[in-house]
Design a protein around this ligand. Structure first.
Ligand SMILES: Cc1cc2ncn([C@H]3O[C@H](COP(=O)(O)O)[C@@H](O)[C@H]3O)c2cc1C
Ligand SMILES: O=C(O)c1cccnc1
Length: 356
C-alpha cells in the first residue's frame, strides 16, 4: 500500500450558497415584534433566525431528513480499538431497518425521514434490504498501517453524500442530519480532529463505546502511530480524509457539502459526524454558517472540534451514542423555536402594550 504524497487537489471548488441576508433581517425584525420582552426566548430566538437565514425564508419550517451512513473499519478488525466486534455495524443497520434503534425511534418522534447508506459494511453482515443506498465499496483499510481509503473510494463516498443532499432539497427537506454507524469509528474521527486542529491526538482519545483502560491506551497508541505515519504525506483535508477517515465519514462530509450547495441547514451530531463536517468546512469554509451543533458529546475530541468550528451546542445531555441521535434530539428544540417564531402574535396583533 502506498504512503506517497496525496495526488489530488486539497480544495475542489464547491459552490456554497451564502446565508439569505433578507430572510435573516426579516426574521430578526419579526422576533423584535413578537409579544414578549426582546430576547426573552433566548437561544430559541437565535435558532429560528438561523434557520430563516439558512433556508431563505423569514418564517422557516423544520422539514428534516436523517442520513445514516454505515461502514466498517480495518482499524477495528486489526487493532482492537472498540469494545464491540465489527459485526455490530451490520447488525445495527438491520435494527435501524426494523425501526428499533435509538436514532430511528427518535427520528420517528420528530417526524424525520431516514435514509440508510452502506459505505463499506462487511459483505457478510450487511442486510440485503433494497432501500439501503450502496456506495459499492468494502471496509476501510487499517489506518494505523496505511491509508484507510483510496482516492476513488473517497470520491465515490463524497459524491454519494452530495447527491443525497441534492435529492433531499428536491423533496422539500429544509434540515439535514448526518448520522453514522461504524464500529471503531471514534478512532478515525479522533485522528481527523487532531489533524484538523493541530492538537495532540493521544489527548483527544476517549472511550467510544466504552473500552477499558487497556483499550484506551491501545487507542492512544494507534492514533499517535497513525498521525506520525500519515502526517509527513497528508496534504489538505481530502488527503487526511483518505488517510485516516472512513466510508461513512466521507459520505457525511459530502452530505454537509451538499447541504451547503443546495441551501439546506445541517445539524451536526457527535464526534464522528462533527469530524466529517469539519473536513467539509476545511474544504469549503463558506459552509460553516449553515451548520448547527446539535449537542455536546463527552468524547474529548468533540469539544475540540466544536471550538475549532466556533459552534455552540444546543444540548448537553451526556449523550455518547452517535447514529445522529443527539442532532435528532436537537431537532425537537429547533421545531419548538420555529413554532414560537411562526405562531406567536406581534404586540400589535395581540393588543398588548409595548415597553414604556
Ligand atoms: C450496539 C451499538 C450501537 C451503536 N450506535 C452507535 N454506536 C456508536 O459506536 C461506534 C463508535 O464507537 P467505537 O469507536 O468505540 O466503536 C459507532 O458505531 C457509533 O455510531 C454504537 C455502538 C454499539 C456497540
Ligand atoms: O460522540 C459520539 O457521537 C459518539 C461517542 C461514542 C461512541 N459513538 C459515538
Amino acid at each position: 500500500m502506498t504512503t506517497g504524497a496525496d495526488a489530488h487537489p486539497a480544495r475542489p471548488e464547491i459552490p456554497i450558497r451564502p446565508l439569505d441576508e433578507a430572510a435573516l433581517t426579516a426574521a430578526r425584525a419579526r422576533q423584535r415584534e413578537l409579544v414578549k420582552p426582546a430576547g426573552a426566548l433566548g437561544r430559541l430566538e437565535e435558532l429560528a433566525i438561523w434557520l430563516a437565514a439558512a433556508t431563505g425564508t423569514a418564517r422557516p419550517q423544520v422539514i428534516p431528513r436523517v442520513v445514516i451512513a454505515a461502514a466498517d473499519h480495518g482499524v477495528a478488525a486489526e487493532e482492537a480499538v472498540s469494545a464491540f466486534p465489527p459485526a455490530v455495524t451490520g447488525q445495527m443497520l438491520a435494527t435501524f431497518l426494523a425501526g428499533q434503534g435509538a436514532v430511528t425511534t427518535l427520528a420517528t418522534e420528530v417526524g424525520a425521514g431516514l435514509v440508510l447508506v452502506d459505505a463499506g459494511v462487511h459483505a457478510d453482515s450487511v442486510p440485503a434490504d433494497r432501500t439501503i443506498v450502496r456506495v459499492g465499496i468494502g471496509p476501510s483499510a487499517n489506518l494505523a498501517t496505511g491509508p484507510a481509503l483510496t482516492s476513488a473510494q473517497v470520491a465515490a463516498c463524497v459524491d454519494c453524500g452530495r447527491e443525497l443532499a441534492a435529492e433531499a432539497a428536491l423533496d422539500g427537506v429544509t434540515v439535514l442530519v448526518g448520522g453514522e454507524m461504524g464500529i471503531g469509528n471514534t478512532t478515525p474521527a479522533t485522528c481527523l480532529a487532531a489533524a484538523l486542529t493541530g492538537r495532540d491526538g493521544a489527548a483527544l482519545v476517549g472511550p467510544g463505546t466504552g473500552v477499558d483502560a487497556e483499550g484506551l491506551a491501545r487507542k492512544r497508541e494507534v492514533v499517535t502511530r497513525a498521525l506520525a505515519l500519515h502526517g509527513p504525506h497528508a496534504h489538505g483535508p481530502l488527503g487526511w480524509l483518505r488517510r485516516v477517515g472512513g466510508g461513512e465519514i466521507a459520505v457525511l462530509c459530502g452530505l454537509a457539502l451538499g447541504a451547503g450547495e443546495h441551501g439546506l441547514a445541517y445539524v451536526c451530531d457527535g464526534v464522528i459526524a462533527t469530524a466529517a463536517a469539519a473536513v467539509a468546512v476545511a474544504i469549503a469554509p463558506d459552509l460553516r454558517p449553515r451548520l448547527l451543533a446539535g449537542h455536546l458529546s463527552p468524547e474529548p475530541a468533540h469539544a475540540v472540534l466544536l471550538e475549532h468550528l466556533e459552534l455552540d451546542p444546543v444540548l448537553d445531555l451526556g449523550m455518547r451514542l452517535g447514529e445522529g441521535s443527539g442532532a435528532v434530539t436537537a431537532l425537537a428544540i429547533l421545531r419548538l423555536a420555529c413554532a414560537a417564531h411562526d405562531g406567536m402574535a406581534t404586540f400589535a396583533q395581540a393588543g398588548v402594550s409595548g415597553r414604556d
